[in-house]
Every structure is written in structure tokens, then in C-alpha cells.
Design a protein around this ligand. Structure first.
Ligand code: 4AZ
Length: 244
């Protein structure tokens, strides 16, 4: 996260660290963020997942390098990548995936002050509205990311403004939206991918976007691009049906 601050404990209880153990390795390393949407389901970006590797998620943690008493580590039983996911050199289409968590003693995520599923959005949020991004990804200080979870406020940018020739021209489709500031400075970055952009109404938080792509990080006229979760509600409901 560029332009972020250390997150307050319990502020993003749906935030997860998605970790990979590549073939032949003995340990897991953080690769992406994710969002807990049901006890056994994490929403993330398709571009984070390569089906030939093993994955786990850490829930309830703020510090990536220390084991914390609030941490829950769960194995990923299955990764479901959107059927029309496609990556080109500049754009990622349908960048959404679901991770089905493996239950132990009949339970997946145990709800606590630090672990809680977020709601799926029911209606669009207005352009110009303020939402939050969070993650352990690259910062202006470290391209390797932050050991502490960081967060920042971003503004929703209209499809028209983000499709102007100075910004992303014709690269966006209706499964994407932009958020941030055209001046630059506050943005998601590499390692935040897959994580949440949440918006709030009343005291209810909704996962409105999944960190997906952008032209570098924090630069003028190059805001972050997010997967538009609203467009994928039927897909999410179909894939997660019948499993808590
Ligand atoms: C990345 O490389 C990436 N500024 C993620 C988010 C953004 C740019 C790049 C948005 O995963």
C-alpha cells in the first residue's frame, strides 16, 4: 500500500494473507491478499493462483513475520479460478478466484474480534465515495512489502474518468473499476493483489473490489484497478452454494 498507515487491530477482520508453498519448498510465503466472505471461503484475484502449487491462508494476523495469538492458519482445499480469466501484457480480465478452506474438526474460520467475514455488495456505491484498501504489499519505502498490515482510504473513480485517454483509455471493461486519486500517492501495489477494497454504509462493510492491476503504483493518472465484485455475485453464489 502506498500512502498507507498501520492498520488498527480488528479494523479489517476479513483480510487474509494468501500464502504459497511452491513444489519442493518446505515453507509458505505471502503472495497476495484475500477476503473472507464466508467461514470456508476466501475471495482473491485469479492472477495470484497457480493450480500446481499448495496454498494456505492466515486469518486474524497483522504482522506477517510473527506468530500472533489471534492467527488462524487454514489449508486451501480447492482453488476455483474464473472460467474467463485472461491476462494480457497490460490488462487482466475476470481477475477473480475463490479459495475453499479445509475444515478441521468440522470448522473453517472461527469468528472472533479479529476474524470475521465481510458482506457481499447488494447495490453500487457512488462515484467519488470513500472506501478502504489494505494489504502487506509494496510501499514507497519497500518494494518487498510491509511486515505490518497497512491501510488507506481511496475514492471510487467513474468509468468515464478512468477511461479517458490520459488514464486507461480503452483498457477497462465492466468487470473492473478504478479507485484512488488521479494526483497519485495513495494506491495498492504488488503483494496487495487479491485483497479487499471495502466500502461502508451505516456500520456495515462490503467487499466492493479485489485488488487487480494498475500501471505501476501511486503514479499520477494511473490509479489502481479493481475487480468489480458486483458483476460476479451470481458466479460467487453458484460456486459457494451449499458450503458454509
Ligand atoms: C501488481 O503488480 C499490482 N497500483 C497490483 C496493484 C496495482 C499495480 C500492480 C495498482 O500486483
Amino acid at each position: 500500500i502506498y500512502g498507507g498507515l498501520k492498520a488498527v487491530p480488528g479494523a479489517h477482520p476479513w483480510q487474509v494473507s494468501v500464502q504459497v508453498r511452491t513444489k519442493g519448498s518446505t515453507f509458505y510465503r505471502h503472495i497476495c491478499g484475500g477476503t473472507l466472505i464466508k467461514p470456508c471461503w476466501v475471495l482473491t484475484a485469479a492472477h495470484c493462483i497457480d493450480k500446481k502449487h499448495d496454498y494456505r491462508v492466515i486469518l486474524g494476523g497483522l504482522n506477517l513475520v510473527q506468530k500472533e495469538p489471534t492467527d488462524q492458519s487454514l489449508q486451501v482445499e480447492e482453488a476455483i479460478i474464473h472460467e474467463n480469466f485472461k491476462e494480457t501484457s497490460s490488462v487482466v480480465f475476470n481477475d477473480i478466484a475463490l479459495l475453499k478452506l479445509k475444515a478441521t474438526n468440522g470448522e473453517c474460520a472461527k469468528e472472533s474480534q479479529f476474524v470475521k467475514a465481510v458482506c457481499l455488495p447488494q447495490e453500487p456505491f457512488p462515484d467519488g465515495g470513500e472506501c478502504s484498501i489494505s494489504g502487506w504489499g509494496a510501499t514507497e519505502i519497500s518494494e518487498h512489502g510491509s511486515m505490518h498490515l497497512l491501510d488507506a482510504k481511496v475514492l471510487l473513480i467513474s468509468q468515464e474518468a478512468c477511461s479517458s485517454n490520459k488514464v486507461y483509455a480503452s483498457l477497462l471493461d465492466d468487470g473492473m473499476f478504478c479507485a484512488g486519486y488521479l494526483k497519485g500517492g495513495v494506491d495498492s501495489c504488488q503483494g496487495d493483489s487479491g485483497g479487499p477494497l471495502t466500502c461502508e454504509t451505516g456500520h456495515t462493510h462490503y467487499v466492493y473490489g479485489v485488488v487487480s492491476w494498475g500501471d505501476n503504483c501511486g503514479e499520477e493518472n494511473k490509479p489502481g484497478v479493481y475487480t468489480r465484485v458486483m458483476k460476479y455475485l451470481d458466479w460467487i453464489n453458484e460456486k459457494t452454494a451449499g458450503i458454509p
